[in-house]
Design a protein around this ligand. Structure first.
Ligand code: HEC
Ligand SMILES: [Cu+2]
Length: 365
């Protein structure tokens, strides 16, 4: 969960101020005025720091944070914020007055102020925390896209027939595409969008179709709202995968005597995104087929075994190397020469493809 640092500090200061206020209140109820003084001083410092940080944040950050919720929660948010901010400023002179009277020993006047200052200050601290939770924490928790949701979005994409035009992998090359005057959008290619690439813009297209007279993109307003969101989540993931997020390095092919028609290829695959991905297929124009293999031990012997996919975890790296995962290059069309490069096409989940050139060299291990 990525939360902005300054608002997080502000919320913490508010929460601390609230705790000190309560402790200070308990102390004075128990007639422990020394402790009361310390606690109220701490509350004052927390609130003063908060006010400075709050002003600093709002003077320096360009955009104002907009609340993302709808309906009742939006009303609550604006009520809470609408009372929190003015009250936070309003109580400052009264806090200072209360402190001055306390220092002078004029406790009659001190309590006259604190009788209502206490709940007001408490309200400001509490609502400071609530505003923060509504603005930064709940949206992240409630709207975060998990890997499962994207998979689900893909299922819905197939279910509602988007693939007929846009293709199974979102490249805009479905079976119906060739009969259309306008090519369906290739979701991997940001330039091919006409209405826009953001979540809201795509949802608008799904709901209303493309509102241009020559458009063929139909309206899918009958799809339930939540399912539209899921589909858009999937489409967004295709855009993300376009941004060089999987990095392949050190690709090489084992040099073999000319008589051998089979060899193996190795490489390092790094996933720099926050989302797991899978290598689902590999091909090469230099061979009839390329299979993904792993080594496993059975009855004390190492054995090769074909696998359907290789998972590359989020922010993780998978090494295709001796004794582990590797690519079997089967039925070479021509014998390979040393130092020659062999092109491979790696295909990842949801159709992201990647070209990799591997160099032919001797086995060094
Ligand atoms: C009948 C074919 C067809 C089907 C089915 C179809 N689309 Fe489209 N879609 C298109 C075409 C064609 C475009 C390109 C826009 C244009 O020029 O009309 C497009 C464009 C889009 C765009 C991008 C709009 C832009 O900014 O350019 C989105 C998003 C989209 N489609 C989503 C979907 C989703 C989601 C589904 C399934 C629920 C779907 N489409 C089903 C034909 C189709
Ligand atoms: Cu093998």
């Amino acid at each position: 969960m990525h939360l902005p640092i300054l608002p997080t500090i502000n919320a913490t200061l508010n929460a601390l101020a609230g705790v000190f206020l309560v402790l200070g209140r308990i102390a004075i109820k128990n007639k422990n005025s020394g402790r009361h003084k310390k606690m109220m001083l701490c509350a004052f410092i927390c609130s003063a720091l908060f006010l400075c940080a709050y002003l600093y944040y709002h003077l320096t950050s360009r955009g104002i944070s907009h609340y993302q919720g709808h309906g009742l929660s939006r009303v609550i948010y604006f009520f809470v914020l609408g009372t929190h901010s003015p009250l936070a400023v309003l109580i400052v002179p009264f806090i200072i007055m209360a402190i001055i009277y306390a220092l002078k020993g004029d406790f009659k006047k001190h309590t006259r102020i604190t009788r209502w200052l206490y709940p007001a200050w408490g309200y400001v601290s509490l609502t400071g925390v609530i505003v923060y939770l509504m603005l930064y924490v709940f949206p992240v928790v409630c709207f975060a896209q998990s890997g499962d949701n994207i998979e689900l979005g893909y299922q819905l994409y197939l279910k509602y027939g988007c693939a007929v035009c846009h293709g199974k992998e979102g490249y805009g090359n479905g079976p119906a595409a060739k009969n259309l005057y306008y090519l369906p959008t290739n979701f991997h290619d940001l330039i091919s969008y006409r209405a826009g690439t953001s979540r809201g813009q795509m949802k608008d297209v799904i709901r209303h179709g493309l509102r241009e007279e020559d458009s063929i993109m139909p309206s899918f307003g009958h799809i339930p709202d939540q399912e539209q969101d899921r589909i858009v989540g999937f489409l967004l993931s295709l855009q993300e995968h376009n941004h060089e997020d999987v990095v392949v390095s050190h690709a090489w092919v084992m040099a073999m005597p000319p008589s051998s028609q089979t060899t193996a290829a190795f490489m390092e695959i790094e996933n720099t995104t926050g989302q797991d991905t899978k290598l689902v297929a590999v091909s090469s124009p230099a061979a009839r087929s390329v299979e993904m293999h792993t080594m496993s031990q059975s009855a004390g012997m190492m054995k090769m075994q074909r696998v359907k996919e290789i998972r590359i975890p989020a922010h993780g790296k998978v090494l295709l190397a001796h004794g582990g995962y590797h690519l079997m290059v089967i039925d070479l069309l021509k014998p390979l020469k040393k130092e020659q490069t062999v092109p491979f096409v790696l295909q990842f989940q949801y159709g992201t493809k990647m070209n990799v050139n591997a160099i032919v060299r001797d086995d060094e291990s």
